[in-house]
Write a protein that binds this ligand. Structure first.
Ligand code: HEM
Length: 390
């Protein structure tokens, strides 16, 4: 098995892993995201990964990290195996993850194990289906109101988009009575901000309690037409924070899809391929596992750096172009914007329906200066704005 030199281990951290963490895996930090676009941090990270693959071959690359077995995946077939064989022997609940989301969703499925995980996952799979409530209707409604704003101001920038998007998200998850509860999502944002500094920040228990109480008050209403109506509140209290937080990524993907002239669900898929909002997928092995003839110990952390698999021109002729024909069933097992296997994002269909409804409603009314290939590896969504079509 290939073991990275000390210098290359340093490069893996300096150019691939740390810049990704600095952007904020949980909440995007505007200043760092904008800086990343200027210095083309993601392009440098993808280039570094391609050099690793050329130098060390397709096997998982072991990094020289003291006291810890860490392997960077370099082959799409290995990505498929890692995701297919989750949560056992490849657990989703890695040390890093249990430190991060614990700030805002201590009972989320992502950080659960064993039977508890199976039960919570089943709740997610049952509830997060776009056909159970009128997701399209809710989003179309909010898109209409947003278009009125767009017409009166002559354009659309991130802030106005985000406000409309969050209104739709609160309605979908909790119902129309939560539509204006900006404070709820702001509290979640503050808790998620802490999660960016997972290891360092003491948990803000008071804020978390206030957030949970407020969320609970919405859930107990079980408002018809919302996801909250579909199961008893005590089953959802641990899951709904992740749902609300994950709508952030769905909004970002939608706004970026607009920037490249994307259409429909394939536009949302492609936006998530080109600019993956979950740039790092982690697994931790619960037993000894064999890779290309070499055994890796239990407790090994496996790192999938998604932008490399989505943007590798050595493998993908369309790496830096809009290629909607990839979807819904891509030929390449390395295309995993929503992950894969049993840990695949249970919210993906909801995202595709909500995102494409918003995208298609806005597109025809905006004069979008469509980005052309080669599409940039980093696209700062905070900086996107469009004028009304004349
Ligand atoms: C563009 C939007 C989104 C993207 C790209 C996305 C992507 C992902 C990815 C990559 C994972 C798996 C991480 C892993 O394998 O370790 C995941 C997990 C998850 N996502 Fe999403 N997600 C999005 C939006 C949503 C939304 C809106 C919801 C809920 C309403 C949601 C609910 C979940 C849940 C509950 C999990 C944990 C699944 C588990 O642990 O089994 N996601 N998502």
């Amino acid at each position: 098995m290939a073991v990275a030199s000390r210098l290359d281990t340093g490069r893996a951290f300096a150019r691939v892993l740390l810049p990704t963490l600095a952007k904020g895996v949980i909440v995007r930090r505007p200043a760092v995201t904008a800086l990343g676009e200027k210095v083309r941090a993601d392009a440098a990270a993808v280039a570094t990964m391609r050099r690793f693959r050329a130098r060390y071959g397709p096997e998982p690359l072991r990094l020289r990290v003291t006291g810890r077995s860490t392997a960077l995946l370099l082959d799409p077939v290995d990505v498929a195996r890692l995701l297919a064989d989750s949560p056992s022997p490849f657990a989703l609940a890695t040390r890093e993850k249990t430190a991060a989301p614990a700030h805002f969703q201590p009972h989320g499925v992502l950080i659960s194990t064993g039977e508890e995980r199976a039960r919570r996952r089943a709740v997610n799979d049952d509830v997060l289906r776009p056909d159970r409530i009128d997701v399209r209707g809710i989003v179309a409604d909010e898109a209409d109101l947003l278009l009125r704003h767009v017409r009166s101001t002559g354009g659309l920038a991130w802030d106005a988009f985000a406000q409309a998007w969050w209104r739709a998200a609160r309605r979908i998850v909790l119902g129309s009575s939560a539509r204006e509860d900006v404070e709820l999502t702001d509290m979640l944002k503050a808790l998620r901000g802490n999660a960016n500094w997972a290891y360092l920040h003491p948990r803000r228990n008071a804020l978390r309690e206030r957030f949970e109480q407020r969320l609970q008050a919405h859930l107990v209403r079980r408002e018809p037409g919302s996801l909250a109506s579909l199961r008893p509140p005590d089953e959802l209290l641990g899951q709904a924070p992740h749902w609300l937080f994950a709508f952030d990524a769905a909004g970002i993907v939608t706004m970026r899809a607009l920037a490249m002239g994307g259409e429909g669900e394939a536009g949302i898929w492609e936006s998530a391929r080109l600019w993956p909002t979950t740039p790092v997928i982690l697994r931790e092995s619960t037993e000894l596992t064999r890779w290309h003839g070499t055994w890796l110990p239990a407790g090994t952390t496996f790192v999938v750096f998604v932008p490399y698999f989505h943007r590798d021109p050595d493998r993908l002729p369309y790496a830096d172009s809009y290629a909607p024909d990839n979807w819904p069933a891509p030929n390449d097992p390395g295309l995993v914007p929503f992950s894969g296997g049993p840990g695949i994002c249970p919210g993906r269909d909801l995202v595709l329906v909500a995102g494409s409804t918003m995208l298609d409603a806005l597109r025809d009314h905006l004069d979008v200066p469509t980005l052309r290939a080669p599409l940039p590896v980093t696209l700062n969504h905070f900086g996107l704005s469009y004028f009304t079509r004349k």
